[in-house]
Design a protein around this ligand. Structure first.
Ligand code: NAD
Ligand code: UDP
Length: 311
């Protein structure tokens, strides 16, 4: 199968490309390297079934393929808030171009959506039926509303053109190859702990997240893509093990043996207070659930960061 992965040079995309190659596919990775890096896919450059296209999905693309995974979009708050207009364009126009390509190519297309469609949820855990609590005008809205509009577009393409679609709502995922400077909490805390710097906790650290190890997430993504046609999602994927940000900091300090201290900083606007996926639907329809516990995944991630920053 010829498979297109947009955003394939990013954190999740590079793991996905590797997995798809291991499964015997021909993989075309399209990325403009906005937040991704060639370092993430360098080892694939000599692979006979791998192709890299430097391309911005805001522009139409024409590629022969049977499946498309649409991951192209800045994903960390630091990056998606740098140029919010660009974030909305990458999200919406990117999806529009990918959907048009899927129509022309007759391809199945999967959208990497997000738990951010639930905003700052007043319900926990969040099932897919929960419609969310999202600000349309706050600093996170470019990303949240961009992704919500894309979900709408995907389902309209299905209703209007009968397109074969899949929508996956990804909850916080971490692992090797997160960019060390993309500002997300797991990479920030690990780098700070390894360098003995203060661990920057935004707010009081009582807000919660549920962290999924990358290999589990990628297994879920390919399971959804290759599942039955009538199961479109949207489907939550993530690890329901919920932890406060302060507890996460303490766990990372312990696992790294660091002497770092906690430093409390201002809480960014609209920061969700809690987030935990209800994954009953993924379990029932795809037989998928995560297998890697938080400490196990953090140890693997810490080891990879040690190599990266020379510890
Ligand atoms: P990432 O920033 O590492 O990867 C995004 C990739 O998309 C990068 O390689 C970037 O260069 C590329 N990109 C951005 N704009 C582009 C454009 N206009 N044209 C072409 N390429 C472009 O982030 P990630 O964590 O790997 O996230 C991948 C996808 O999964 C994103 O769509 C994100 O919204 C979604 N997601 C991720 C998480 C998570 O916890 N990692 C959670 C929810 C959703
Ligand atoms: N966070 C923090 N310190 C950091 C980075 C993030 O306390 O150095 C907090 C952030 O305010 C949020 C949580 O950790 O409450 C997760 O942040 P991240 O940017 O990783 O993801 P998201 O907010 O999109 O879930």
């Amino acid at each position: 199968m010829r498979v297109l992965v947009t955003g394939g040079a990013g954190f999740l995309g590079s793991h996905l490309c590797e997995r798809l190659l291991a499964l015997g596919n021909y993989v075309i990775c399209a990325d403009n390297l906005f937040t991704g890096s060639e370092d993430n896919i360098r080892r694939l450059f000599n692979h006979p079934r791998f192709e890299f296209l430097r391309h911005d999905v805001i522009l139409p693309l024409s590629v022969e393929c049977g499946q498309i995974y649409n991951l192209a979009c800045p994903a960390s708050p630091r990056w998606y808030q740098k140029d919010p207009v660009y974030t909305m364009k990458a999200s919406f126009l990117g999806a529009l171009n990918v959907l048009e390509l899927a129509r022309t190519a007759g391809a199945r297309v999967l959208q990497a959506s997000t738990s951010e469609v639930y905003g700052d949820p007043d319900r926990s855990p969040q099932p897919e039926s929960y419609r969310g609590c999202v600000s349309t005008v706050g600093p996170r809205a470019c990303y949240d509303e961009g992704k919500r509009a894309v979900e709408t577009l995907f389902f309209d393409y299905r209703r209007q053109y009968g397109l074969d679609i899949k929508v996956m709502r990804i909850f916080n995922t971490y692992g090797p190859r997160m960019s060390i400077n993309d500002g997300r909490v797991v990479s920030n805390f690990i780098v700070q702990a390894l360098k003995g710097e203060d661990i920057t906790i935004y707010g009081r650290g009582t807000q919660t997240r549920s962290f999924c190890y990358v290999n589990d997430l990628i297994a879920g993504m390919t399971a959804l893509m290759n599942g039955p046609e009538n199961f479109t999602g949207p489907v939550n994927m993530g690890n329901p093990e919920e932890i406060s940000i302060k507890e996460l900091a303490k766990t990372i300090i312990r696992l790294t043996g660091s002497r770092s201290r906690l430093a409390f900083k201002e809480l960014p606007a609209d920061d969700p207070r809690q987030r935990r996926p209800d994954i009953a639907l993924a379990k029932r329809e795809l037989g998928w659930s995560p297998t890697v516990g938080l400490e196990e995944g953090l140890k693997l991630t810490i080891d990879s960061f040690k190599m990266l920053i020379g510890y």
